[in-house]
Write a protein that binds this ligand. Sequence first.
Ligand SMILES: NC(=O)c1ccc[n+]([C@@H]2O[C@H](COP(=O)([O-])OP(=O)(O)OC[C@H]3O[C@@H](n4cnc5c(N)ncnc54)[C@H](OP(=O)(O)O)[C@@H]3O)[C@@H](O)[C@H]2O)c1
Length: 293
Amino acid sequence: MNGTKESGNALGGVELSFIGCGVMAEAMIAGLLRQELVAPAQIVGSHPREARRAELGGRYGVRVFEGNREAVEALSAQGEGGDNARARSIVVLAVKPQRLGLVLGELKGALRADQLVLSIVAGARMETLAAELLHPAVARAMPNTPAQIGQGMTAWTATAEVNDEQAAQVRAMLAALGREMHVESERMIDMATALSATGPTYTFLVMEALVDAGVHMGFSRHVAQELVTQTMLGSVLFARESHKHPAELRNMVTSPGGTSAEAIYQMEKGSLRTVLSKAVWAAFQRAVALGKK
Ligand SMILES: NC(=O)c1ccc[n+]([C@@H]2O[C@H](COP(=O)([O-])OP(=O)(O)OC[C@H]3O[C@@H](n4cnc5c(N)ncnc54)[C@H](OP(=O)(O)O)[C@@H]3O)[C@@H](O)[C@H]2O)c1
């Protein structure tokens, strides 16, 4: 026993190497350790800065190397041939898109056939990753910022070379960030980029506008903030738990001649729905264009 969950744990005994230990990699490491899906000894990573390496080592008890290739080579050779044909290690690419070209060059040819690559790098196509790394088993995920508190929504897909066991490992890794959903294609990853990965932006803008509206009426900012935040949180939880269509929930609070009816009239008149739809569509087009670069 190493302090991790044994039964039904897809990551039992799997080693993980995080290339680029920034915000998202740390969120994943913290979630995996908190849920006891892996032990610190199963995790290695890389980071160019000494202070960050020491910080992560101290906080989580994981080994962090300076070199990216070193962090891949530190994974034990357990999966190679012999009686163990199972994929026993995962290399997570978590650098910024601008650094990816350099990192792929460093890692070229360093991966064993049985290893899995999981990339969370925005815009990076699986075909590019596979060609640059000379490695066909690649999964690609698109998380969002609430992942930093374990409340993320991550869409992911994978190449045909990723087997069922590896897919289960990807699910378990991403569940450490919140909820995960497999999608069939990279086009759907672009769609999720516009809807769920860019989603917090729409939510924060609406929150901000409502808080400003509260201040306009005369509430102090912190009071308006509390009223708006808890109302949004409660509404979302209510919608999820009731399993009702949003229009039905909205109708429930819309009395004839009441305040909701008045507010809805103004939102429709101001084309709020159309504006949101156009914003999501524009974000989707941008994701497609960035992916082609
Ligand atoms: N944050 C999100 O909500 C989110 C959502 C969807 C997708 N993503 C994707 O996730 C990836 C990571 O995002 P993040 O927010 O975690 O970014 P981040 O905090 O900047 O993490 C990247 C880390 O890589 C380090 N780094 C820089 N050059 C490196 C190199 N050559 N080799 C190895 N590591 C290097 C950076 O160090 P320095 O700090 O010293 O530069 C930084 O700590 C990005 O590709 C992003 O597109 C993020």
